[in-house]
Design a protein around this ligand. Structure first.
Ligand SMILES: C[S@@+](CC[C@H](N)C(=O)[O-])C[C@H]1O[C@@H](n2cnc3c(N)ncnc32)[C@H](O)[C@@H]1O
Length: 508
């Protein structure tokens, strides 16, 4: 059994991929020994998943599904399955725990685990969050007078990661990070080469008292060879059957006494589209956020604006005109706003579009569908969403830029046409992989517009989770905003599963 330490674990996307991987005999090859996560809702998600993993797939308790459907409380669930919850809680350290603050507890746990399983290989997974050197973070930081990257603590959270490597001395580590670390500079110097150097000798880099100076070779999971450029470490998730253009740096470190090199990820045959992954979910309409929500008010708000548009002075391309009027006549059907807790519908025409392994993966073991609840949108945004989805439908999936929006729908924003807001609204076209699902989805849905115009809404938590390849039996704890954040933060579990195979092949 290979034991995992999951750091900065979030809702457990990376850990899920490793935990699900099975050897040729069908046994789980990896077991999470400890996960560290400081945010309470993500920690609750992790703990619930750790609970579920103690059951074989065909023995998962019906109570779990009842809990997801809101039929029983958490107290009832934990009360009935106390033993399994105790184990899960121990795995997630009993409470939300922060690297850098709760180091004593974390280090003691590592020591005791190493003592308990002295002969088993260890793998450390997870990456330190580095907003300061993410691209968005850098441009934000530029505006901060006195901003000093050298003293920005977030830049150095990875030092905590190094310390854990030095103490745990895993056979392998897998470190994920944003693309921005490839080009980020601190004190005028590119830090990526420094990070690689530190990862090769974590105990030396961090001068951890008593830690042996164990050395690592750091490899790319997508490019073979020794003399790699920073870009060679970038994984483009859409190349590996993930329905999302998520580009992340993932490094794999192998302890030097292990003489083998890891393999690379096998590319998929074709890109997986948004439609093939979410097209089978029940159609929903959005809600109107102010002035009272009803199906009639919702469709009237859209119809009034779109009719004005069709009859007005704006010049509209003929294909787009057809899409607008056709979809408008399909509106008004009274779609529900929520399909949560309902049994999944069967729409095999979409499922058949998926690679078989991904299809089974997403299905999971559950017929319950939670998190498929539409959000509310401002009345003024509804016609924009409708227009944007029609535009994509009639322009081979292209999302409209500010200049493509008719005057009538232009937001009341001085800079709307300046270029700065050119991508204020983005449709996740059905025919391509989506753009990156980020935690920004928790703030508003403008970048995550559903491709079906008649639903006129942004993606639900469940749709975002599908695009991140979380199986349908994955339950996210916390309120809806927290759920969106968790989903957006995660490593796609199906990608993690493929990484787990590379690690397994290396260590077995
Ligand atoms: C990018 S997410 C990790 C996603 C995770 N690897 C997955 O696949 O689901 C980073 C997580 O680190 C957590 N975090 C940030 N600082 C932390 C700290 N000092 N100690 C523990 N967790 C921390 C955040 O709350 C967030 O959930």
């Amino acid at each position: 059994m290979i034991r995992i330490i999951d750091l900065f674990a979030g809702p457990g996307g990376l850990g899920e991929g490793f935990s699900a991987f099975r050897d040729a005999k069908g046994n789980r090859a990896f077991r999470i020994a400890m996960s560290v996560e400081k945010e309470a809702s993500a920690h609750a998600t992790l703990t619930l998943r750790a609970f579920l993993r103690q059951f074989e797939l065909d023995e998962r308790p019906a109570d779990y599904e009842s809990y997801r459907r809101g039929e029983i409380s958490k107290a009832t669930l934990t009360g009935k399955w106390q033993k399994q919850f105790d184990v899960a809680t121990e795995e997630t350290l009993g409470k939300p725990t922060a690297l850098g603050q709760d180091n004593v507890a974390i280090e003691e746990r590592i020591k005791s685990l190493r003592k308990k399983y002295p002969d088993e290989p260890w793998v450390v997974i997870g990456g330190p969050p580095c907003q300061a050197y993410s691209l968005a973070g850098r441009s934000r930081n530029k505006g901060i007078v006195d901003y000093c990257p050298e003293t920005d603590e977030r830049n150095f959270l990875y030092r905590e990661y190094l310390r854990i490597l030095a103490l745990a001395k895993p056979a392998v580590f897998v470190m994920e990070n944003v693309r921005g670390i490839l080009s980020a500079k601190v004190g005028g110097r590119h830090i990526f080469q420094d990070i690689l150097r530190d990862l090769r000798q974590p105990a030396k880099a961090e001068s951890v008292p008593g830690a042996e100076n164990v050395e690592y070779q750091v490899y790319s999971l997508v490019t073979e060879g020794d003399d790699l450029k920073p870009e060679d470490y970038l994984i483009r998730a859409e190349d590996y059957e993930i329905p999302q253009r998520r580009h992340r740096v993932i490094l794999i470190g192998v302890r030097k006494d292990i003489s083998r090199k890891p393999g690379t990820l096998k590319k998929g045959n074709a890109k997986v589209s948004v439609k093939s992954v979410i097209g089978d979910l029940p159609a929903l309409r959005s809600r109107v956020s102010r002035g009272g929500d009803s199906s009639n008010r919702w469709s009237n708000l859209i119809s009034e604006q779109v009719q004005l548009l069709l009859n007005g002075a704006d010049v509209i391309d003929s294909n787009l005109r057809v899409a607008l009027s056709d979809n408008l006549s399909d509106l008004g059907s009274s779609l529900p706003v929520s399909a949560s807790r309902y049994k999944k519908t069967e729409r095999p025409e979409f499922t058949r579009m998926l690679p078989a392994e991904l299809s089974t993966w997403l299905q999971g073991t559950s017929q319950t569908l939670d998190g498929h609840v539409a959000r509310s949108h401002m009345g003024s945004d509804l016609a924009r969403y409708f227009f944007a989805a029609c535009f994509a439908e009639s322009n081979e999936g292209k999302t409209p830029k500010a200049k493509d929006f008719p005057e009538l729908l232009a937001p009341d924003h001085a800079n709307w046409k300046s270029g700065k807001f050119a991508d204020r609204f983005r449709v996740q076209s059905g025919i391509f992989p989506s753009t990156t699902i980020t935690s920004h989805i928790s703030k508003d849905g403008h970048y995550f517009i559903h491709p079906d115009p008649v639903q006129c809404r942004s993606l639900t938590v469940r749709e975002a989770a599908r695009l991140q390849t979380f199986p349908d039996d994955y339950h996210f704890e916390g309120n809806r905003t927290q759920q969106y954040v968790q989903v957006g933060n995660a490593v796609p579990p199906f990608l993690a599963y493929k990484i787990a195979k590379v690690v397994y092949d290396l260590l077995s």
